[in-house]
Design a protein around this ligand. Structure first.
Ligand SMILES: *Cc1c(COP(=O)(O)O)cnc(C)c1O
Length: 360
C-alpha cells in the first residue's frame, strides 16, 4: 500500500555535507565526534550520509538503534548514550563497545557480562556539572573511579558531561573545565583518562568561539549534523545546512468557521484546557497529520502567512485566512522542521520518508 503523504523529505546529501564539514572543524581542534543516531531511529540512509561524511564512531540512547546500526553493517565503534538498564545488560555488551555510566552496581553487572561474552566493554563516567540530570557529583568522582577500575573486564575510558537537556544549564567554559580539573586529579593518582566527552551539539558552538577548554577531545553530536542548529542557544551552526528536513502534508478540509469554540470547555486528550481568542470568522484548513506523528511546536509553515492554531492526535489545524495562496482540498502544504519535529516524524510509522541525494 503506497501512501505518499504525510512525508518527510530528507536532504541526505546536505546531512553528509554537514558531517564532513563539522568533522574537519572538530579535527582542527583535536576533537573527535561521535555521530548520534537517536533522532532518526538509526535510519539506514541517514547512516549512509553519516559514513559518507566520515564518521567512524556512532552513538544512540536506545539499544534497539545500536542493533540497527550493527544490522546496517557498521563495523566502527558504538556508544550507548544512556546508562544501561539492568534488563538490557547482555544486549549492551553485545551491541555497544562503550556506554555512559554513573552507577557502580550497573558497572559490576557489565563487568560480569563482559567476562561471560568474552568482550571488553568501555565506560565513560558521567559527571553532573550542574544540569542536574545524570551523573556522579564532582566531589565523588575520584572515589567512584577508584572503585570502578577494580573491575577487570570493563575499561575506564574517561569522563563525560551533559548540559542543556534537563535543567537548561548552558554549556560554558567553566562547566567543561570541571572535567579537565578532575582529569588532572585522577592523573596525579596514576589513573589515565583518555577521553573527555564534553557534551553534545551545544559544545560545538563553544568550540567555534574558541572557548572549549583544552583537553575536551570528544563531542557527541546529533542535531548539528541533522539540522545544522543548536536548539539550546537557538542559533545555527556556522557553515552548515539547516534546510535538511521538510514535512509535506495534505489538506483534507477547508472551511470558514468561528475561531472560538462554542459550548462547555473541558480538557483535551492531552490534559490541557484549550483557550482561543475570538478573532471572528477565519478560513481554516485541516492537514492530515497530528500530535501522534509530530511535535507541533517544532513545525514552521513555509508559507509565512499560514499559522498553526493547534492539533489533535490526527488533525493539524491551520489558519490560512491571510495567505495569498489559494489553497484547495487535496493540496500539499509544507513545513520546515526543528529537531523535535524531526525526532517525532522519523519515529512515526505513519510518516513516509523520501530521500534526496542530488540537492547540492
Ligand atoms: C542526545 C544526546 C546527545 C546528542 O545531542 P544533540 O543535541 O542531538 O547533539 C549527546 N549526548 C547524550 C547523552 C544524548 O542523550
Amino acid at each position: 500500500m503506497e501512501i505518499r503523504s504525510p512525508r518527510v523529505e530528507i536532504y541526505a546529501d546536505r546531512i553528509a555535507y554537514n558531517v564532513e564539514y563539522l568533522q574537519k572543524q572538530a579535527a582542527k581542534n583535536n576533537i573527535s565526534l561521535v555521530g548520534v543516531t537517536k533522532g532518526v531511529l538509526a535510519d539506514h540512509q541517514i547512516l549512509d550520509a553519516y559514513l559518507k561524511g566520515g564518521l567512524d564512531y556512532l552513538g544512540d540512547a536506545r539499544i534497539q538503534n545500536l542493533k540497527r546500526v550493527r544490522d546496517y553493517g557498521f563495523s566502527g565503534k558504538t556508544l550507548l548514550l544512556r546508562a544501561p538498564m539492568y534488563s538490557e545488560i547482555s544486549q549492551v555488551i553485545n551491541f555497544a563497545n562503550v556506554s555512559l555510566n554513573s552507577e557502580l552496581d550497573t558497572l559490576k553487572l557489565l563487568d560480569e557480562e563482559s567476562k561471560k561474552q568474552g568482550k571488553t566493554h568501555g565506560y565513560i563516567i558521567m559527571v553532573d556539572v550542574g544540569d542536574r540530570r545524570e551523573g556522579v557529583l564532582p566531589e565523588d568522582v575520584k572515589s567512584f573511579v577508584k572503585e570502578a577500575i577494580k573491575l577487570e573486564n570493563v575499561k575506564f575510558e574517561g569522563l563525560g558531561l551533559n548540559v542543556g537537556c534537563f535543567g537548561g544549564v548552558l554549556p560554558t567554559t567553566e562547566n567543561a573545565q570541571i572535567l579537565i580539573d578532575l582529569k588532572s586529579e585522577l592523573e596525579q593518582e596514576g589513573i589515565e583518562v583518555p577521553t573527555i566527552s564534553g557534551g553534545s551539539t551545544c559544545g560545538l558552538n563553544i568550540m567555534f568561539h574558541n572557548q572549549l577548554p583544552e583537553g575536551i577531545n570528544q563531542l557527541r553530536v546529533g542535531e548539528a549534523f541533522l539540522i545544522g542548529n543548536d536548539s539550546v542557544r537557538e542559533t545555527p551552526i556556522p557553515g552548515t545546512y539547516q534546510d535538511t528536513f521538510r514535512l509535506v502534508t495534505e489538506i483534507i478540509e477547508i472551511k470558514d468557521r468561528p475561531s472560538q469554540p462554542e459550548g462547555e470547555i473541558g480538557k483535551d486528550p492531552f490534559g490541557n484546557v484549550p483557550e482561543f481568542p475570538d478573532r471572528g470568522i477565519r478560513k481554516r484548513a485541516i492537514a492530515a497529520i497530528g500530535k501522534q506523528d509530530v511535535a507541533i511546536g517544532s513545525l514552521l509553515p513555509e508559507d509565512e502567512q499560514v499559522t498553526i492554531e493547534g492539533a489533535s492526535s490526527d488533525h493539524l489545524i491551520l489558519d490560512i485566512t491571510d495567505s495569498d495562496h489559494n489553497y484547495k482540498i487535496g493540496d500539499e502544504i509544507t513545513f520546515d522542521m526543528e529537531y523535535g519535529a524531526v525526532l517525532f516524524t522519523m519515529t512515526s510509522p505513519y510518516v513516509q520518508k523520501e530521500y534526496i541525494w542530488d540537492s547540492i
